[in-house]
Design a protein around this ligand. Sequence first.
Ligand SMILES: [Zn+2]
Length: 234
Amino acid sequence: MARNVSLPQYPPTRCVGCGAPYAPELHVVVDATERPDLVQRIKDDILHCAICPHCGVIMSFGMPLLVYRPGEPVPVLYSPVPIANPQQRDMHAEMLLAALSRQLGPDWDDRLANDVYVVERDRLPEVVDVNPDLLAGGRDPSLRHAMDLFLHCSSWEQARAAVEAHRDLLLSREAEIVLRRGIDRTHDNGLDDAVATLTDHLAVLRECRERGVAAAFAGRVDGSGCTPKAWRVG
Ligand SMILES: [Zn+2]
């Protein structure tokens, strides 16, 4: 029989709107394969929100969260309460890992506790269903290497070769996140040319996913075999 790994809590609360007491269901452990609906709530950033059953007022709760992703390269994500201090963060992590261990029973593996990826709540919707190790600061450099080949070349033919050689990495959602963050960062730094370059490269990868690699590059190469990119990333 399937075991329920996801773990809700029901903290007694009082509605800020009508004052009625109620106990919302708020999950502190989410098994991503068991509860895709809760993963969607994380992506919508409403997992720890509740609606008052009496008046409909929405309240937001500061709860810690462990996301368990069986079979993934990074199986456990821990997202602390945003306002928690370091001691509280550690304490909550310990409590939630103990809870996950109980929920998993014989399926628990001590390695899960040694390999926890900590992600702040404002970043969680973006990374809850990707491999964070591929992103900046992660332990797997393969996407960074592929992205370098794709970005730091002078012709669209070379860029296409990079996509063909590293299709799984460059057409992944992780690649989309890396480029979006790069665009935000360069935009904040006022580097307009770099923003334009990265935006163009992001568009190419999206077209590759939607229309195929050949179609995406067809409009960008001029037949010379060495079509200069409009911009260079320097
Ligand atoms: Zn109410």
